[in-house]
Design a protein around this ligand. Structure first.
Ligand code: SF4
Ligand code: SF4
Length: 138
């Protein structure tokens, strides 16, 4: 079983196509939509978790690229800038998935991209600009 979180960027010409449907029905990939911003006639963006057998996910990702969907790993989209982080812990209660966590002994704040769903709550509360995301995700 393979699970991967990716950001799908849909160009204008396919934003209304049933791409997710084909991914599920034709390739057997389970699609968990974590966040989506889709406007007819404009570019669209979806943050999804894809699950299935390794070959299903791999063929599904190939299909997405063939139809023109740009696929980015979620881990490439958000960064915790440790040199800026003051470990103030303001972001901790706002992170719904514990992707940001504090070590209760050292009070060091760490980030685990695999747990992140790109909700961007941390971005809004971090006054040190220690969370960085690609501009198109705003
Ligand atoms: S709010 Fe910003 S500075 Fe404070 S712990 Fe979180 S990432 Fe670090
Ligand atoms: S974007 Fe959301 S899930 Fe990801 S680290 Fe920030 S608060 Fe947590």
């Amino acid at each position: 079983m393979k699970q991967t979180k990716v950001v799908l960027n849909f160009p204008e010409n396919i934003v209304e196509d049933p791409v997710t449907y084909h991914l599920i029905v034709d390739y057997g990939v389970q699609v968990n939509i974590l966040r989506a911003s889709i406007d007819p006639g404009k570019q669209g963006m979806m943050v999804v978790e894809l699950s299935g057998e390794e070959s299903q996910v791999s063929h599904g990702l190939n299909y997405l690229e063939q139809v023109g969907v740009q696929v980015e790993s979620l881990a490439e989209e958000i960064r915790h800038l440790e040199d800026r982080c003051a470990s103030c812990t303001s972001c901790i209660p706002h992170c719904p998935t514990q992707a940001l966590e504090v070590d209760r002994e050292s009070w060091y704040v760490s980030f685990e991209p695999d747990k992140c769903i790109l909700c961007l709550s941390c971005l809004e509360v971090c006054i040190y600009s220690a969370i960085s995301v690609k501009e198109r995700l705003y």
